[in-house]
Design a protein around this ligand. Sequence first.
Ligand code: SF4
Length: 320
Amino acid sequence: MIRISAGSAACMGLTTNKMDAYPTTAYFLSGNSCRMGCAFCPQGNGNNQVLNRLGRVNWPDFSWDQLKAGLFQAEKNGIGRICLQSVRHDEGVYPLLELIAKLKGISNLPISLSAWIKDQEEAATLFKAGVDRISISIDVVDPLSYRQYKGGSMEERLDLLFGCAQRFPGSMSTHLICGLGESEKQALELIDRLVKAGVSVALFAFVPLKGTALAEGSPPPVDSYRRVQAGYHLLKKKKVKSELFRFADQGRLISFGISEAELIRQLSPGTAFQTSGCPGCNRPFYNERPGGMIYNYHRDLTEKERETALEMIIKSLKQQ
Ligand code: SF4
C-alpha cells in the first residue's frame, strides 16, 4: 500500500471526488508514524489522532496496482512530476530505495524526494537510485524556534543541505514555513543564502492543525507572507541584492531597495505569489481552505488577484 494525497488520487482517476483544484505533481507519502516529533506536523510521534494528514491534506491508502494504473491516467491529466514525501523511518532511507525502484519501474516522471537523510552519502545513494531532486526540509527559520518545534541542531541540517547543494548542483530543495517565530529579516537572509547555493525554496505558510502541539497557533499575516514571497522572487530572479533590503524593528521589511515602478514591473505577472519549490510543484490548498485567503496560488493569478497582492505590498511598505 502507498498513501496518495486526496487531490493526486482524484487526478489519477482513483477516486471520483470533485476537487477545487488539481495538482500538477502527484504527491505520495511513505510511512505512518514519524520518528521526529515536529510540533506543527500531524505525522509526529505525539499526534496519533491525525495521522491521515500532512499539512491540510488527507492521504488515503492505495494499492500498487491502483497507483500504476493511476499514474498512466495522471500523465494524461497534466501531472509532470512525482513527489515522494516520507516520514523519518526507523530503518533510515532503506524503505525508500525499494519504493523508488518500484516507481522507476512504472513511470518515467521525474521524482522529487522529501525525506530525512543523515549525510551526503545517503543523498548520493538516493540520486543513484534515480531520484531527480531531494528536499532536506529546514521548515523552521528561527534557530531557537527550530530547537523548540523540531529539536536538534538547525546548523547541522543547514550544513548538510549546503554540502549537498555543492556536491549535487541544482538538485536540492528545502521547505521553509513562515509564521513559526521568525522575522521577515531572518526568513529573507536564509532564503538569500539558499538561493545563492542553488537550493530551490518551497515557501509554506504555517497552518495550525488539530492534534498537533501548535494547534492553537495562528497563520502568518498575509501582508508579511507576501513581502517574503516578493523578496524571494526578486532574489531568485537576481533583480536585487539582499544588501539593499531594509528592515524596521522586529525585522519587518520596509524596502526592497528598488523603485516602486520597478517593484510593480517585477511583481505584476503574479509569479511571485504562486507556489514555489521543485519545478511543476503546485500543492493546491496545502496552506489554505478553498474560498479563503490564498497564500500560495497553485495556478496563474487573475488580474484582480494580482492587483490585490501588489497593492497589499505597496501599501504595507508605505506604513513604515
Ligand atoms: S517542493 Fe514540492 S515537489 Fe519538491 S519536495 Fe517539496 S512538496 Fe515535493
